[in-house]
Design a protein around this ligand. Structure first.
Ligand SMILES: [Zn+2]
Length: 307
């Protein structure tokens, strides 16, 4: 940082108690650093209701990954318009290769593919000032919510943090919280928004649809979602000081219930996993980052991993 001699003088004078000097020499408008992390899932994108939109084999996937990209882009553009100087986007759905990278501006970094130790919020660190979740969905223990699941709809029936069921939104908010990063805005269906607000408070939110069932919703259109996301991101940056990091201090206890029996049996061979019932294990981690690494291991490890 360059310091103007007059500003240095003003600092010295004000340190001596001559506050008037600093009034005569107002601080010049320095470009303030504002780094934003945007985690983008797909189930909460406007119009998404089934695997037809969510998986590369679905007949509508090609169009919906474009809608997903444009929702992410709406958040990126609104963040930059509000003063963001650096934006990291994490593709946090399915294979992690959904966002159309060529649609993102040249000054954005994109986190792609798995495995990655911080999961859906990979790329977050102490330098990030604010986190945004786009396209988020409700957790697996919620009786309502389009495609409600936590981390894996195929494999997991419950994930609890310190005894309380978590959703992807509240789990990722706790990882962000460890780095001192507040979540300021999210988009998704009404159930997803209600869950996250219950845990971390009144974040700004863009409701892309109202859930009618696991595979049905009353949705706004993609065009309407881009505008709504822009508005809510703008509103969030307008009251940044209202948002506090969601800090879950370590050590933390994580309970994982599998849909199948064998993962619990085999994980319990490892001394750090306690078998708590037929389908469940418990582990402890020193903090949220370590808990995320453990969950990433549980989700990714297979003896036939290649290369
Ligand atoms: Zn997803």
């Amino acid at each position: 940082m360059r310091r103007h001699p007059l500003i240095l003088a003003a600092v010295v004078l004000s340190l001596l108690g001559a506050g008037l000097a600093s009034m005569r020499e107002p601080a010049r408008a320095q470009p303030r650093k504002l780094k934003v992390h945007i985690s983008v899932d797909m189930e909460g994108v406007a119009g998404v209701v089934t695997a037809d939109q969510l998986s590369p084999t679905g007949f509508e996937y090609a169009r919906f990954r474009e809608f997903m990209t444009r929702e992410a882009l709406a958040a990126v553009e609104a963040a930059k318009a509000a003063g963001a100087t650096e934006v990291v986007v994490a593709d946090a759905h399915g294979n992690g290769e959904n966002l159309l990278i060529e649609h993102l501006p040249a000054d954005v970094r994109l986190i792609r593919s798995w495995p990655r130790k911080l999961g859906m919020v990979a790329g977050i660190d102490d330098a990030v000032d604010a986190a945004i979740f786009i396209g988020y969905h409700a957790g697996t223990n919620n009786p309502v919510g389009v495609r409600a699941h936590t981390f894996s709809s195929a494999n997991l029936a419950r994930v609890a943090l310190n005894g309380t069921n978590v959703t992807e939104g509240s789990w990722n908010a706790a990882i962000a919280g460890q780095f001192g990063v507040p979540v300021i805005m999210m988009s998704g269906d009404d159930a997803a928004i209600a869950e996250v607000r219950k845990v971390i408070g009144n974040v700004e939110a863009a409701e892309t649809k109202r859930t009618l069932g696991f595979h049905s919703a009353n949705s706004i259109t993609p065009q309407a979602s881009y505008e709504l996301i822009r508005q809510r991101v703008r509103a969030a940056f307008g009251r940044l000081q209202d948002f506090k990091p969601h800090r879950v201090t370590g050590p933390v206890t994580v309970d994982v219930t599998f849909k199948n029996y064998m993962p619990a049996e085999v994980l319990a061979y490892l001394p750090m996993f306690e078998r708590t019932d037929s389908h469940s294990v418990r582990f402890r981690a020193k903090d949220m980052a370590e808990a995320s690494w453990m969950m990433s291991f549980i989700g990714e490890y297979r003896a036939d991993l290649t290369p």
